[in-house]
Design a protein around this ligand. Structure first.
Ligand code: GTR
Length: 326
């Protein structure tokens, strides 16, 4: 942890130095856990080029990919504090901080990608983004995170019974811990960057993620069984530190918001292409894939997760609204 923090500080210091040497008056430092070339990284870079162009070169974005600024949970705290300006993260790690984000992390809440897009592009999406402002953040845009499925190093999962006793890493959110518990597995919340070695050394049996993350993280090298149960579609989000936001003029704030939104269609195209490419790579590597799993028992098993996490009238209403969207 100490190492990560001091590396992050060194990177931030050199970024400040670099700013002075360029024409940009304002350089927004953006964090991402994924490697260069990953759709989320490229989407934020694209947003940066729109912003640079539209501000006449005054405002730039510098993306620190590959978790150079730290693991997601830590970078969220640093963004709230204003140490990091922009952060592209999954909504999952926000669940324990911003209650309303839980509704997008509920298993099987979305019927598919189109449904998720219609929800995040509509009223509910706007309402959840607005919640960030109560937590020292500004919600700017949603990006795609595909659908997440279980993988492990032990055996193919053909039904819920096969999950019994297996230890899965989940993102740091109570919703995901309860989701795995409800299926009879053991959940361990861990930072993304620790998953590869934890599977390799047998500390955990597996994890869950989408095709591009399963592939780009190399987890498929140590977890040879992937079951397409698609229990989660968790949107990704681009947030800005409120402290950084408040340093901008109202006109510049509008430019940032617009550039973030305008990067969304580009991100969706990049995502669709990367999903295919990652799937091909994983299949070619010989990972055993269970495709036609019956999802009905998985969906039914999630009742206790909904009961525990969808308690307030506000969350109940949001869930109803999501379900009503076509
Ligand atoms: C990925 C997501 C990351 C991170 C990661 C994880 O799909 O893009 O932001 O949340 O999952 O599992 O930690």
């Amino acid at each position: 942890m100490k190492y990560i923090k001091s590396t992050a500080l060194a990177v931030l210091a050199s970024a400040t130095f670099a700013t002075a040497a360029t024409a940009c008056e304002i350089t927004l430092r953006s964090s991402d856990t994924h490697p260069d070339g990953y759709p989320t990284v490229e989407a934020v870079k694209h947003m940066g080029s729109l912003l640079e162009e539209r501000s006449g070169g005054r405002i730039c974005v510098e993306v620190f990919h590959s978790a150079q600024l730290g693991q997601e949970k830590d970078t969220i705290e640093q963004t709230q504090l204003g140490v990091i300006d922009l952060n592209r993260v999954s909504l999952g790690p926000f669940n324990n901080i911003i209650e309303e984000t839980k509704v997008f992390s509920l298993p099987y809440i979305f019927r598919g990608t189109d449904h998720m897009h219609n929800v995040v592009d509509g009223e509910v999406g706007e309402a959840i983004l607005a919640e960030f402002s109560n937590h020292n953040l500004v919600g700017l845009a949603y990006y795609d995170g595909g659908s997440r499925s279980f993988y492990n190093s032990q055996k193919p999962i053909n039904s819920i019974a096969d999950i019994e006793g297996l230890k899965f890493r989940v993102m740091q959110s109570d919703v995901f811990v309860d989701m795995v518990d409800a299926l009879g597995g053991n959940a361990t919340p861990l930072p993304y960057g620790e998953v590869y070695s934890s599977i390799q050394t047998g500390v955990i049996d597996g994890a869950e993620n989408n095709w591009p993350s399963f592939e780009s993280s190399g987890h498929f090298e140590v977890a040879g069984y992937y079951t397409l149960d698609q229990h989660l579609i968790v949107p990704e989000v681009l947030v800005m530190s409120k402290a950084s936001w408040e340093k901008l003029s109202a006109d510049d704030q509008a430019l940032v918001r617009q550039a973030a939104k305008d990067a969304v269609p580009v991100m969706r195209e990049l995502w669709a292409a990367r999903e295919k490419a990652s799937e091909e790579k994983v299949r070619a590597a010989g990972v055993q894939i269970v495709e036609d799993i019956d999802k009905a028992p998985f969906i039914a098993a999630m009742d206790p997760v909904y009961e525990k996490h969808v308690k307030s009238d506000k969350l109940k209403m949001l869930v109803e609204q999501i379900r009503a969207v076509q």
